[in-house]
Design a protein around this ligand. Sequence first.
Ligand SMILES: [Ca+2]
Ligand SMILES: [Ca+2]
Ligand SMILES: [Ca+2]
Length: 490
Amino acid sequence: MLRPRNVIRHPGAAAVGFILLAVAAAAGAVCAGDAYDGGPLDLSPGDLDNLASGGQTTVFDQSPNAFSSPARNLNAEQRRRFDAGDRLFEQNWVSAPAAAEDRDGLGPLFNAQSCASCHGADGRGRAPMGTDDSERGMLFLLSLPEEYRDLYAPDSLAAPLGGPVPDPTYGAQLQDRGIHGVPAEGRMVVTYVEIEGSYADGTTYTLRQPSYEIAELAYGELHEAIQISPRAAPGVFGAGLLEAIPAELLELLADPEDVNGDGISGRIHMIYNADTGQFDIGRFGWKATEPSVRQQSAIAFLEDIGITSTLHPDQNCGSTQRECRFAVHGGHPELDDNQLDAVVFYNQTLAPPAARGYETRSDGAELFFAAGCHQCHTPRLTTGRHEIDALSGQVILPYTDLLLHDMGPELSDGRPVRGAAGSEWRTPPLWGIGLMPVVNGHQRLLHDGRAHGVAEAILWHGGEAEASREAFRNMSAKDRQALIDFINSL
Ligand SMILES: [Ca+2]
Ligand SMILES: [Ca+2]
Ligand SMILES: [Ca+2]
């Protein structure tokens, strides 16, 4: 079963993508019938002609609803659960006390009233542009450097690599709204400076370098050592399939010491999972800080909407935020376990949309491999067992290895958290990326939405991905367009 390990760890074998493919294809043949048959090691550009990004779960929909359908292989009972979760994902929470008891408890501090207001149509949020833009698709995470842990988060000392050290007043996230009588913590301010650059053929381009500030602080100064990490809301479809990728497969993809010498050193982000009391692989969030859809959803309810659950029973108020602490709450907890289960099931079973444009993809697919994009954006994986049967054993095309990569100083948020440095990010899945303009009306990419479209996203790649970026910069205009078209066909 582990025979392929020797193959990909062979020093130098991966220096040229196609050599790896050739070697690995042989390994795939040897291993036919083994647990990882159909895994990442035996693919070639032609294999990507397969359009069913989510295996049997795939939906064939290119409309504005493309990210919002249940996995095609759910049964009738599961579809009803999906619908119940869907309603909760879209529901607007209101402040307590309210006649509708099962939907009150908003805030006291919050960023949005529903999950869907950031993950619009289950897709990507957008960073606000300028000062009067009410777009809700982004948030600011806050923390202090590790040396402040014993001062401000002594309880977390017991948990190795515990969560972020919060700001003593503002906590771990900036909430830019409050219920009546509770001042919002502050306002996110994003400004951009334009940077000029050029491709090898002389064609020029402009990138926007963002900077982030917080205005109108309502509770005094932030700690002088505060670190801010801006995050755009990613799409949520396909989350259950990502959860079902076997740990062994991710271990096979990881190469933390870059033993094979290809300049790529993806790392698994191990996260302490309070649910299971053990360390699990982080899979969700831009730095892979959450090990499960359940953990990600429960923290979103608390920090983004202000809704408590059995996982997070305390309101999101800092010790000096008086109005927040004395505000009326919506029950203990505000979200019951059945409701959390329904939302989790919904996110797990939202299907990825099929890829498109079979006829025109082949040149772009070859360039994708030639530029080494596949070294992180792993095209094809096979899921293992998931408690939801429909997600088990699926051959999927997510274009991610779920690993952390050093993306260089320009993409660094300067905020190391848990085991991830400021410049380390999880490879985001690329499935559905070409449908973002149809579904969300924009294609703002990367963790903070700074890139307008695929070309800019690639041009921001640095660190381990510098060689890939340079390969792209050195392509002819025709090849660049073919690669972009391929990405947009996913
Ligand atoms: Ca609340
Ligand atoms: Ca806060
Ligand atoms: Ca490597």
